[in-house]
Design a protein around this ligand. Structure first.
Ligand SMILES: Cc1cc2nc3c(=O)[nH]c(=O)nc-3n(C[C@H](O)[C@H](O)[C@H](O)COP(=O)(O)OP(=O)(O)OC[C@H]3O[C@@H](n4cnc5c(N)ncnc54)[C@H](O)[C@@H]3O)c2cc1C
Length: 372
């Protein structure tokens, strides 16, 4: 079924809770419905959204907002020839790369409209390993493949086999092997300016595994999991790791249903090593010789510095500006503090943070959140 609405209120369809409307809103249930949509006739621009958890609507949307409700989760038959996967609802056959990265993979096909955390929950209950560290990230499966979501040392590209899409320009189905997706940090070919908006993700095939493969080498995750294991006298399972991660995330991040946000607002900047040394010596002069600036040395000699640290050093943590505020437990997150914030208030705060980080550290922060 295809549902079309005009002047649709999007307040509940973006986790920032911006009170905006879309001139036209089209929601479809299946791949067959998607091909029935006359893309040429839609009011422009066209924006496909998922859960709206990485978007900041800066105004009413003048074109068409599309949303998928394709919501199946299906384990592909073990007898299935992994080289070929028949596209659901379609006759075209798409070549499939065997999952090379996972021992004895269990291939799972998931519709783009499935809430990503529902998929994580399903996988944990099935005893399947691979997505437990990505638990509780807001949003839907289609967007996860666009964004290359990541958390606790895992990126979704680590478990993606193939991304199936509808090409709205050529009006045909295409599929991308994981290497074709050009995945980077929260980045993919689907976000590149040349093709942005062209491909609608219909479903994604993941390679999960029944063989335990915990990834606990991030921060204090191993300690937290060990503690939970002994408290519950439990085995190490995807469900246990999922529970621990959900608990940690709830402590740190605002719950979208309670406090609007789009998660991390800024990207972590990557700077030259000499630039980092200047920042570090200034920080030692300010805080004492033993002070350590958090950072990650990258293989090419550059240094990634947490934007959250810079924002906090500029005194922004917990500060409010109209309806917008910097989250007091994680300064990388800007929140709709009152629930009534206007886009201009969020953007005003964003600009002031960028300016003060630039002034103090000589570093330009860039938003991770897509401004629409
Ligand atoms: C509290 C909070 C915590 C967060 N924590 C994390 C985290 O730990 N790690 C992380 O990586 N992200 C995190 N995020 C960001 C966000 O959850 C992810 O970016 C998520 O993948 C966005 O999914 P969505 O369905 O909401 O997509 P949207 O925000 O609606 O869209 C994101 C992009 O995907 C495109 N898109 C959506 N659906 C489709 C489709 N079917 N076909 C083609 N393109 C599509 C959109 O056009 C847009 O470009 C967090 C956000 C919040 C609010």
């Amino acid at each position: 079924m295809i549902k079309t609405e005009y002047y649709k209120d999007l307040t509940k369809m973006n986790t920032f809770g911006m009170k905006v409307k879309a001139r036209c809103f089209v929601e479809y249930d299946s791949v067959a419905d998607l091909v029935d949509i006359e893309f040429g006739d839609l009011a422009r621009p066209v924006l496909h959204i998922g859960g709206g958890s990485n978007l900041l609507f800066t105004d009413d949307f003048k074109g068409t907002v599309l949303h998928s409700k394709i919501d199946f989760i299906e384990i592909l038959d073990e007898s299935h020839d992994p080289q070929l996967v028949q596209h659901s609802d379609r006759t075209s056959l798409c070549h499939f790369d065997p999952a090379k990265r996972v021992e004895k993979p269990v291939l799972v096909s998931v519709g783009a409209g499935v809430v990503f955390d529902d998929f994580c929950d399903w996988a944990a209950k099935e005893g399947l390993w691979g997505v437990e560290n990505l638990s509780y990230i807001p949003g839907e499966v289609g967007a996860s493949a666009v964004q290359n979501i990541g958390a606790y040392g895992v990126e979704v590209k680590d478990v993606i086999c193939r991304v199936y899409c509808y090409d709205t320009v050529e009006e045909e189905f295409v599929s991308f092997g994981v290497e074709d997706c050009r995945y980077g940090y929260r980045d993919s070919i689907f976000k590149s300016p040349e093709v942005k908006g062209r491909y609608v993700v219909t479903h994604v095939v993941f390679a999960l595994s029944r063989i335990p493969q915990p990834r606990l080498d991030y921060g204090h995750l191993a300690d937290a999991v060990k503690e939970a294991q002994s408290a519950r006298a439990s085995e190490l399972t995807p469900s246990l790791i999922r529970k621990v991660i959900i608990r940690i995330r709830k402590e740190k991040l605002p719950e979208p249903s309670v406090m609007g946000s789009a998660g991390s607002f800024f990207k972590n900047p990557v700077i030259a090593h000499e630039h980092f040394e200047r920042i570090e010596s200034a920080a030692k002069a300010e805080h004492g010789a033993d002070y350590k600036v958090p950072h990650y040395d990258l293989p090419d000699g550059t240094v990634k510095v947490p934007a959250a640290w810079m924002i906090e050093q500029c005194g922004w943590k917990g500060r409010r500006s109209g309806g917008a505020a910097v989250w007091d437990k994680q300064p990388l997150v800007i929140v709709n503090h009152t629930g009534e914030a206007f886009p201009e208030e969020i953007i005003g705060l964003e600009k002031r943070i960028i300016a003060s980080v630039k002034q103090k550290f000589g570093v330009e922060l860039h938003p991770e959140v897509d401004h629409i």
